[in-house]
Design a protein around this ligand. Structure first.
Ligand code: G
Ligand code: G
Ligand code: NA
Ligand code: MN
Length: 254
């Protein structure tokens, strides 16, 4: 209860902010996108783990307000970034189950994005596979609407949510993000290797981009390249970091 009212205060004040984590393309060794990750620095408790406050916000419904603030801050980032750099960059924003069922979601998104005059094709929405599989009909409707508006759709934590493969074909998906639990034991774990190669070939044959999450080692990076997974995200390349740092940093991957 205390945390709920503290989160309300945070949503009105300045305790919430974003970190971003780049995703790299192996073809040209450039970051082509960053994922926006919500952070809460509580005035007394310090940084609250996102898993905790996202789950709380999801329970209380505060996730709707939080989601609008995350998207707004992501738009501010992309505007600042484009003013400082010549290469293009897109931004990925996470959507939760409750947002999927919010009847104002599409109009809120349209309002925020048009206010910043950001091209919708620079924005990816990430939704976890398990949320999609629990809500196939509403996901299909939402994704179709978002696609019509020009946004891109990524399925997050792929491999953990028991997708029926037939759904993958029906949903207008641009990107699959292989869950980091399948990457963690590479290159040694033969079962994970089989799963990851199968996901990569399936994505390719369906014409869907594929991203490996949680890449932490040189060995994982080498192997994923050999398997033809060109888009990588993880501590090996870049940890989530502050917007200001990433905008200003003369970083070799921009
Ligand atoms: O940032 P990372 O530390 O630890 O994130 C933890 C979890 O919180 C991840 O599953 C991530 O997707 C989720 N998360 C981070 N930011 C947001 C957000 O803005 N919206 C939603 N729905 N989830 C988020
Ligand atoms: O669920 P989602 O994929 O949105 O989660 C993003 C979370 O993954 C963030 O909390 C981020 O800090 C974390 N993360 C990003 N890269 C790595 C990595 O290489 N290893 C681990 N263990 N976590 C990572
Ligand atoms: Na995500
Ligand atoms: Mn993920």
């Amino acid at each position: 209860l205390q945390m709920t009212s503290d989160l309300s205060k945070a949503l009105k004040g300045k305790e919430l902010f974003l970190d971003v984590q780049p995703k790299l393309n192996l073809r040209d060794s450039r970051a082509f996108s960053v994922e926006a990750l919500a952070r809460w620095r509580h005035s007394k408790l310090g940084l609250i783990p996102p898993d905790e406050f996202i789950a709380l916000a999801e329970e209380t419904g505060q996730i709707l307000d939080l989601g609008r603030q995350v998207l707004t801050k992501a738009m501010e980032f992309i505007v600042d970034w484009r003013a400082a750099h010549t290469s293009s960059l897109s931004v990925a924003v996470n959507l939760s189950a409750k947002q999927l069922h919010d009847k104002n979601l599409l109009s809120d998104i349209a309002l925020i994005v048009s206010h910043y005059e950001v091209d919708p094709s620079w924005i990816e929405f990430e939704i976890t596979e398990s949320v999609v599989m629990d809500n196939v009909e509403s996901s299909l409707r939402l994704f179709n609407a978002l696609k019509k508006m020009g946004f891109r759709i990524a399925i997050d934590d792929f491999g953990t949510g028991y997708s029926s493969l037939s759904y993958l074909n029906k949903l207008p998906i641009d990107i699959l993000k292989i869950d980091r639990s399948f990457i963690a034991q590479l290159p040694d774990n033969q079962d994970d290797l089989a799963i990851v190669s199968a996901i990569i070939s399936m994505a390719k044959s369906l014409n869907i981009e594929v991203v490996a999450e949680g890449v932490e080692t040189e060995g994982q990076y080498q192997l994923l390249g050999e398997l033809g997974c060109e888009q990588l995200q993880g501590y090996y390349f870049a940890k989530p970091g502050s917007l200001q740092d990433y905008i200003q940093k003369p970083w070799s991957f921009w």
